[in-house]
Design a protein. Structure first.
Length: 523
């Protein structure tokens, strides 16, 4: 199976792409999706084989996050949805090429596509008509103009204004484009480019919502298709792109926008019989040219298409399950040992710390262990105080790692349950940062970090009550007491900071491994 990664997969276009691939090529494609929203909050989720909740594309970590998915999932193809992703993961991206991933994005060499003004100048230079543009100084008072951001997306930030209002404004309009008014209807020329040939269909926008066409007339227009050819002759274009046109005051077509990506209204064209997704699928499958272009060479009769909305249940919550972090999902035992070793070394004490965690797992603490090693009580208390001050430092937190089954458990349970993370830490900032770095935050409907103190059980219980948790899974007596106080079921684990022997002493059954089959959450 070919493995395809869809970026920003919550878009209308990605929903359509995933749906067609699963309906027509179910045995050929394994689809991975990435989006800033949780899986159950995007309609595309039901067509995905795997999903990752991503940071925002503007965040520094986003690029490495996507590359990590490509490596882990052995991705064959990547399809960006937004222009920012187009440049980050361009078709000539060296990092993608090193790991054998082909991108359907634009080339990084398309410098004219970085902003709308540069795009306008390029279109004009290759003979594609565009709206007449103006500066703040040469507008006429009584004439109406259309203003849009130089770095805008879709219709966001656009407005109509008179020349007088522009002149009287304090803004310098250097980050705006002032252009002549163009007149509805707006036309979208959807294009599919393969082997130097362009196949297109035209959508006349009759109605739209949030900038996406919802009612349209669809037909074919060879006159405007020639402008697509002019563009392709002068630039390296992706297989799928679209051009938007309106008419100026002289009744002439002018190109008002260029989108070198999938269109939000592409499913409307599909309803009329034009299927660019299948054409792209056959490229990925290595089909011959005739097979590739078969679905975009149909003669499309003039017809009207209306988008209708479908309400889908994406998740039915069976239970509300909470997890502790340290010792339950996260193996932080090594950190306890390393910090103790470093503190002892600072005090000139040479002790083997390899049995520290094992000793503590039977219900003891650091001071108990130090006393058992013959350390004087006053020294033991001082060592413990320093240990406590260091245990949550960022450098030491790097020694932690998720148990091998943690991701599988969270991934499977979150499909039908709401999950919560309730943990106790003194350094809350480092705790939240670590949770984010571990890549598990998106599995939880809520995350709470409470203080580490004598009241920790009560503080955890309050969070359990707030989230109306059915079952709490933890590894210490503080977790057990919290579950009791909140009337939540409790599942004890014996692989963290309390052993099976400890739990047996209190007559509490425990789980020897964090595994879905072992959790038995049916009751």
């Amino acid at each position: 199976m070919k493995r395809l990664l869809l970026l920003s997969c919550g878009t209308n276009a990605c929903f359509h792409i995933a749906r067609i691939l699963k309906e027509k090529f179910a045995d050929d494609f394994y689809i991975i999706g990435s989006d800033i929203n949780k899986r159950h909050l995007i309609p595309t989720g039901k067509y995905l084989d795997e999903f990752y909740q991503s940071p925002f594309s503007a965040e520094e970590s986003y690029y490495s996050f996507v590359l990590a998915i490509c490596k882990k999932e052995k991705v064959d193809f990547i399809l960006p949805s937004f222009d920012s992703d187009q440049f980050l993961f361009s078709c000539d991206n060296a990092d993608l090429q090193k790991i054998g991933v082909r991108s359907f994005a634009i080339s990084s060499k398309l410098n004219f596509y970085h902003d709308k003004e540069t795009t306008n100048r390029f279109l004009e230079s290759v003979g594609i008509p565009i709206p007449k543009r103006f500066t703040k100084e040469n507008v006429e008072d009584r004439v109406a103009y259309f203003v849009k951001p130089v770095h805008g997306v879709g219709s966001a930030g656009t407005y109509k204004v008179t020349g007088a209002e522009i002149k009287n404004s304090d803004a310098d309009f250097k980050d705006k484009i002032i252009q002549e008014l163009c007149y509805e209807p707006e036309y979208t020329l959807e294009c599919f480019l393969y082997d130097g040939k362009i196949y297109s269909v035209m959508r006349e926008r009759i109605a739209s919502k949030s900038g996406v066409c919802t009612k349209t007339k669809i037909f074919q227009d060879k006159e405007l298709e020639q402008y697509a050819y002019k563009l392709a002759e002068n630039a390296e274009l992706p297989h799928i792109f679209n051009m938007q046109f309106m008419k100026n005051q002289y009744g002439e077509y002018v190109c008002t926008d260029l989108n070198l990506r999938t269109a939000g209204g592409m499913s409307l064209s599909y309803a009329a019989g034009w299927d660019e997704v299948s054409a792209l699928a056959h490229i990925m499958l290595g089909s011959d040219e005739k097979t590739i272009v078969a679905s975009v060479t149909n003669e499309i009769p003039e017809q009207y298409v209306v988008r209708h909305y479908e309400d889908s249940v994406t998740k039915v919550v069976k239970k509300r399950i909470a997890f502790d972090l340290d010792g339950t999902l996260l193996d932080s035992r090594k950190r306890h040992e390393i910090v103790m070793r470093d503190v002892l070394k600072k005090h000139g004490i040479n002790l083997d710390t390899s049995d520290l965690v094992t000793y503590k797992a039977d219900g003891h603490n650091n001071i108990d262990w130090l006393l058992s090693k013959g350390i004087a009580e006053d020294v033991a208390k001082k060592v413990n105080a320093e240990w406590v001050s260091l245990i949550e430092n960022a450098d030491y937190l790097s020694a932690d790692f998720l148990y091998s089954d943690t991701l599988d458990v969270l991934k499977r349970l979150c499909m039908e349950n709401d999950l919560f993370l309730i943990t106790a830490r003194s350094n809350k900032e480092n705790a939240y940062r670590q949770i984010k770095q571990l890549g598990i935050a998106h599995y939880f409907a809520g995350i709470s970090v409470v203080d580490t103190c004598t009241d920790t059980p009560a503080l955890k219980a309050a969070e359990l009550k707030k989230y109306k948790v059915d079952c709490f899974i933890g590894d210490t007596e503080a977790d057990y007491k919290a579950a009791q106080k909140s009337n939540s079921d409790f599942k004890a684990v014996s692989y963290g900071f309390r052993s099976e022997r400890y739990w047996n002493t209190y007559g509490i059954a425990c789980i020897a491994r964090i595994k879905v089959s072992d959790l038995d959450l049916t009751n």
